[in-house]
Write a new protein. Structure first.
Length: 86
């Protein structure tokens, strides 16, 4: 293949600015090398702790939802009582 003539060839390299080639062993989902990184995928105790934390989050969300629902019911009843003079 021929080089494109519309783009000039630059003689500058990344090492002149202090950039070096880095390994692409990390992406946004975590380390990709199996030897380095987190060992949570193999440790059943860490899996259990993570699962329990997820359950606790769901419990707190349920309690918050119930509290908000009860608050709206209370407000609705108060306005209803005021409107109908009960």
């Amino acid at each position: 293949m021929e080089k494109s003539k519309s783009f000039p060839e630059y003689s500058c390299s990344y090492t002149e600015f202090g950039f070096t080639d880095r390994s692409n062993s990390y992406n946004f989902n975590g380390p990709t090398q199996k030897g380095s990184g987190f060992s949570a995928s193999n440790d059943p105790e860490l899996k259990r702790k993570k699962r329990i934390k997820a359950y606790n989050v769901l419990t707190v969300e349920g309690k918050l939802k119930t509290s908000v629902r009860n608050s709206f019911k209370w407000i609705k009843n108060k306005f209803s009582d005021i409107r109908y003079g009960v």
